[in-house]
Write a protein that binds this ligand. Structure first.
Ligand SMILES: [Cu+2]
Length: 111
């Protein structure tokens, strides 16, 4: 092999070796947390205002957001989500958050 050829090979391998790194970086960028993130939690209903579409939940820690357990108000994405909910019920829910404002997109009574 000539010197030139081996340089060409080294260059070609150098480039292909770089590609997976770039792909990984791109992947990390696309999984970066968007403004509105979907998270999951469980909690107990403390207050419910179906008309206003809001529910106050004493929820457990939210790993996705590093939230500690707390009691806070959530908005319901649609009024139908209030169906079957009542104060004292234990629920499992999914919500979209933006800062400290959260909108429940799905909620299920589990106890
Ligand atoms: Cu909270």
């Amino acid at each position: 092999m000539t010197k030139l050829l081996s340089i060409l090979f080294a260059t070609a391998f150098g480039f292909t070796a770089m590609l997976p790194v770039q792909a990984t970086e791109m992947g990390m960028m696309s999984t970066a947390k968007p403004a509105g993130q979907t998270s999951h939690a469980e909690g107990v209903i403390k207050a419910l205002d179906a008309k206003a579409g809001s529910v106050t939940l004493a929820h457990g820690p939210v790993q996705e957001l590093k939230w500690p357990a707390m009691t806070m108000a959530f908005k319901l994405a649609k009024p139908e989500l209030a169906k079957g909910l009542a104060v004292g019920k234990k629920v499992k829910f999914e919500f979209q958050s933006q800062g400290m404002s959260a909108v429940i997109t799905s909620i299920k009574v589990i106890g």
